[in-house]
Design a protein around this ligand. Sequence first.
Ligand SMILES: Nc1nc2c(ncn2[C@@H]2O[C@H](COP(=O)(O)OP(=O)(O)OP(=O)(O)O)[C@@H](O)[C@H]2O)c(=O)[nH]1
Length: 387
Amino acid sequence: MPEGMEGSSAPRPYRSGFITIIGAPNMGKSTLLNLLLGQDLCLSTPKPQTTRHSILGILTDPGDVPCGPVDYGSGSMTQVAFTDTPGVVRRRSYKLHDNMMSSVGKGIEKGDLIIVASDIFGTVPVEEGEEGGGVMERIARGAKVVVLINKIDLADKITNKGRDITGEEGGGVGGQEEQSFLDIRTSSVASAVLKWRAILPSALLILPISATTGSNVPLLRSIIFGRKGVQGMIRSLGRPIPGMFPPGSSTISDPTILGMVPFGPPMFPADAVTDRSERFVASEIVRGAIFGTLRKEVPYATEVRVTGFTEGEKRRITAEVIVERNSQKGLVIGKGGKMIKEIGIKARGKLEEFFGCKIYLDLTVKVDKDWRKDEGRLKEYGYDWDR
Ligand SMILES: Nc1nc2c(ncn2[C@@H]2O[C@H](COP(=O)(O)OP(=O)(O)OP(=O)(O)O)[C@@H](O)[C@H]2O)c(=O)[nH]1
């Protein structure tokens, strides 16, 4: 039994399960998971296709959770292992894309609940078959699904301000009418909800959120963990948006909410955050600094390999930045080493924040021609075909 899990053999007081977050590139999947976890585990940048590996983020809710039909009180516990997956790409140009989509498919297979992340700018349907990683087929075999319409903080930018999303007469701002759900009054959000309801009629919930401002994320969390009072929380928010709940129901019934995560003993120690190694996290942080510094295609052609990682209060991390061409090597290094220095400063700051200690970072740049096309090289760089 893993350390910290002693006494977890009785299955009933626990719920534990996998929730897989999927969606098109740049929908805010990683931002959302970081917010749920309360730390920056996953790379989130304005560039699409930042996420290349599926990453498990573990959240354990230790108490005051009604874990099902029976309220077990403060000894109850729910553990959710969220999987952040790469954005679903339609055009696969490299073996790397095959690996990314393979991990989406594996995540979908593993998920007890699938969260489909979308945004208000144009819903990208999850297609059947390879492009969608088989999500429709998985739902047909019993996976539950929740759709999130992210980036509602930007809704005003693309739609008429002040329009009541319920579409009912007299629903304008400042009237005497009942408050519409969460006071989101933009038609873009309302039409996105209806669009997704048509695509995934069985979705348990279609919820507008903002992963940057946190709008509705506490509600999402309470729903996932089946917290006490969640029904009241939903009711207090006002009229539901048409299509938010499955046909025929105006809210989620208690058993459905409480059943999002199945019964079972915890899968990880209560203080676990991820199943990934510290070296992996370090390589992702350096890759994030590259995405945040370099332009156009270059970040996509780079990989980071941590070659040295010491423990202790002052850590030394050595890493290779791998590129595909000599010309890219020049761009990564920059005039007089300016670029690599900037990447190093950004990465070191984030590394120190994550690991909570002083970091010495040594970066070197290396060319490995066409590494993205070569399965063997991908495996060597940690692209796992089994997860
Ligand atoms: N305004 C706004 N921006 C957001 C929100 N959520 C995410 N973003 C931004 O959207 C961009 C993409 O976010 P990510 O979390 O990297 O998206 P992703 O879906 O993981 O992206 P892939 O790596 O392509 O799969 C980043 O610049 C985020 O800061 C949101 O709710 N509102």
